[in-house]
Design a protein around this ligand. Structure first.
Ligand SMILES: [Zn+2]
Length: 315
């Protein structure tokens, strides 16, 4: 997993206090400088629903993430102020307006989903709780230089020069009028994907139609290979099962024909059961076991006794 570094700034103020109100406005100016709009979370909960608990747990993790020994600054008193700590962002799955953090030791093993700027809204409007991510040149660069498919989300490096996604063109769900979505655009792009030009249609539509019948992408080729292997496996399993059944039935008809109607083959365990319909009396079971062993019944077997006990082959 590739990660990039930035700083998480978390703030908490009670704006009924004039000095805190002033600090809050300064913090908002810094958050606004990220260039991203504020994402508002409703925390006006008066119930203890699962959703409310998840929200509170998330907020606690944000607070914990800036309360680590690595924190870089701590202003204000009485738990109010701006608290900051370095944080690693992962780049495997990028979004235009939010980030996944790498795991944070002691806080979240799976990492946190972070927006660029968040503020909570409480019933008490004077309480201001929020956070923002410092925007670094590296963050801007990775969103600009990574292209994303608007249909399947696959990411490609801009340096590859690819214009369209090669991963999903043979998807059974993709429709011809959605082909423009496979246009690769920088992750930072928020505009609608342009429709295909006449020239692009002339190239993409035939590829799409061909792929619907023949498959084309690496993923499609792998899927076809897997389907082919599954068909072969089913065929081989069926043949083997039919052969086993015939071999066993023939042996039974040759050596213990009276057992034929009281015999069943369980193909999933590859075992043959005698007495499954009517349990055998002890002396009949003993004689059958002797025949199966002495005459060499070639499979694993079980004999069900009338008293519900069971005799089984060694294998
Ligand atoms: Zn795609």
């Amino acid at each position: 997993m590739t990660t990039i570094k930035t700083t998480l700034h978390h703030y908490y103020f009670d704006t009924t206090q004039p000095d805190q109100a002033k600090q809050y406005h300064a913090a908002v100016e810094r958050a606004r400088a990220t260039g991203f709009p504020c994402w508002t979370n409703n925390r006006d909960f008066d119930t203890f629903t699962k959703e409310a608990k998840q929200a509170r747990d998330y907020d606690k993790m944000i607070s914990a993430a800036v309360a680590r020994p690595e924190r870089t600054d701590l202003h204000g008193g009485m738990g109010c102020g701006v608290f900051s700590a370095p944080i690693d962002l992962e780049t495997d799955h990028l979004f235009s307006d939010q980030w996944n953090s790498a795991p944070i030791a002691g806080v979240s093993e799976s990492g946190l989903r972070l927006f660029n700027w968040v503020e909570n809204r409480y019933a008490n409007k004077a309480i201001k709780w929020g956070y923002w991510l410092k925007q670094t040149e590296e963050m801007r660069a990775v969103l600009r230089d990574t292209l994303k498919c608007g249909y399947c989300g696959r990411q490609e490096q801009a340096a590859s020069g690819m214009r369209f996604c090669v991963s999903c063109i043979d998807s059974e769900y993709l429709k011809e009028d959605q082909l423009y979505l496979t246009r690769l655009m920088p992750v930072s792009n928020k505009a609608k994907r342009p429709a295909l030009s006449a020239e692009e249609s002339a190239e993409r539509v035939p590829l799409f139609r061909h792929a619907q019948i023949h498959g084309s992408t690496q993923r499609g080729i792998a899927r076809i290979a897997k389907q082919r292997a599954d068909v072969e496996q089913d065929y081989n399993d069926s043949i083997k099962e039919a052969e086993n059944r015939r071999t066993a039935a023939t042996w039974i008809l040759d050596h213990v024909p009276g057992m034929y109607g009281n015999w069943i083959y369980y193909s999933h365990t590859n075992r043959h059961s005698f007495g499954w319909r009517n349990g055998l009396a002890a002396d009949v079971a003993a004689e059958l076991a002797e025949r199966l062993k002495a005459d060499g019944f070639p499979f694993a077997w079980d004999i069900e006794h009338a008293d519900k006990s069971k005799t089984s082959s060694d294998k």
